[in-house]
Design a protein around this ligand. Sequence first.
Ligand SMILES: [Zn+2]
Ligand SMILES: [Zn+2]
Length: 664
Amino acid sequence: MAALLGLAALWGCGTETVEPKPTRPVVDDPDPPYALWSKVEEFRQDLAAERSASDGGGTAYIRWEEGVAPVIRAGRAAGFDLRYQVGSEGIAVGGQIHFMPEPFWGWSVPQTVRPNRGGFTQVTTDAEGVDLEAFSVGTVTAGYLVIEVGGRDLREGEEVRLEYGMQGPGALVDRHAERGAHLWFYVDGDGDGVRGLIADSPTVDVVAGPAARVVATTPSVVRPGETFSLNIALLDMHGNDNVEFEGAVRIRNRPPTWDVPEQVHLTPEDGGRKRIEIRAESSGIVRLGVEVQIGETLVQAEAGPTWIDANAERVFWGDLHGHSNFSDGTGKPDDWFDYARHTAALDFVCLTDHDHFGVRFIDQSPDLWEELRSVARAHHAPGEFVTLPGYEWTSWVHGHRHVVFFDEDAELFSSVDERYQTPRQLWQALEGRDALTFAHHSAGDPIPTNWTFAPDPILEPVTEVMSVHGSSEAADSPRLVRNPRPGNFVRDVLDKGATLGFIGSGDSHDGHPGLPHLSPVYGWRPGRLDEDVDSMGTGGVAAVMGESLTRAELLTSLRARKCYATSGPRMILQATLSGYPVGASIPFADLGQNPSLDAVILGTVGLARLDLIRSGAVSSMPLQGERRFMGSLPLEGLQAGEYVYLRILQEDGSLAWTSPFFVE
Ligand SMILES: [Zn+2]
Ligand SMILES: [Zn+2]
């Protein structure tokens, strides 16, 4: 690797000796100042509440004209003729029926006041003597309709009709395509304020909008002579897959001596996705691209760099944090895994639905938890696509943590359960297992991490620095998490002596693991063709180094912190310090005379800035839009107790972080 002469002089201010921070003992604080105990109490009270036989009673269904559902497109308006049929226990006067389309993702909140506005719902019944009063509660993005029974009790078999979006502009549906989107019904049969969910509430399938974009993905590191895949996926404007498309996709930047087809043809059966196999005929860096004519528009995309090299460390890309409609996300788990593998071309994933948050609670539904595990198992294909069972321990006191299992022995320890309500109790429950935990959005909203519980040295080797919530790395990080809390940044925890590697993960709720940074919901803005790079939205992926793609090797690499984080794009970061790999704890004696950090950085677009973070001090070096950086960064006077890592900013606003090196 070529040394960068005179580089030390370029570094702003970080080359003076940095005093190592003393390791401060931490004491578990079971009640941090930002704890949302009210939320926990609310969940516990709801669990303890007595439900009458009529709560959650009855059935609901949709009546389609001509008996079949029309095609319902993501983000468009539709109308629904919904019927609720009363169950055997009836609904007493003062009882309520609640109707709630899936919250957050663009469904019009049902309302009964403005016929010329979205979501207008007419509520009627043929039951004589019954008066229904209907009104909306909640917010404009997550509201529901309450229908209160008056006059007399509703009796078994009687029906309430809800014409949702059948007048005026209709009801906007989810902007994310999903099979089985729920139109949820709850019933409080006796009017005591405690309601029950109708678990088999009606569902509709929402399909993608028209093809508007394309994504190309290749592996980051390939050996010479090896065959690798170029994955092509056409998407609609919101990143939904399975678009309707037929036509040619041209392949750009083909190395002249390689055998790569000039174009591939996609048939309607391909659903806008195609994978082609390419043999790497020579060493070097290749950046394959694709180009497709969609109507009047020429749409292009470039895969991240593919480094063909005999010695570079292989990189596997994954997302260890996402949600399906088993908690508060979009779409079925099966479709989440399918998108991860065949659309985003990820190598490994963990679908981490909330233990106790959303519409259904997996800690209260052994069937849902079992289904999550079995769907993950069904998609597991060692060597090609690794799935890991897991969940999100959603504590509103100590912050959210992900529990990821590397075998089939997954067990759910709920944050709402008093036996597992602190991080310490969770780690005790997991002791000795092939599992790991990691904290997320640790510096800010919606709940920071209680770092007074020092991360378990075996079970918690890494932390999520980046996701759709933004960065929790440090106050000086671009794309900060909302309402950041000084003292709660990952760098603050490193300053206290924690040894944590870095990963990014999506925490996307849009059903698009690996690609939330391409969603307008998460801030993606398209650039103009040939003029401007797209400005990337906020997301996160984890890059893990290793030679083969298995659960065991991923766990070994993550425990050794051989990983890095990006906000989505597949940049290549390879670094060593005195010959040690990224994430290493390096004995002081092994540093040598003039320690330096040797780095190779390959951007997906031009690199804008390189930051070296050394024990809390940041030295910045502007990079002039080159897509490649190779250099040796001197670390004079590096002391025991220090840590060092790199942060890279690209011209499209996206970010990457190496895991820190730690000096023992
Ligand atoms: Zn969370
Ligand atoms: Zn989450």
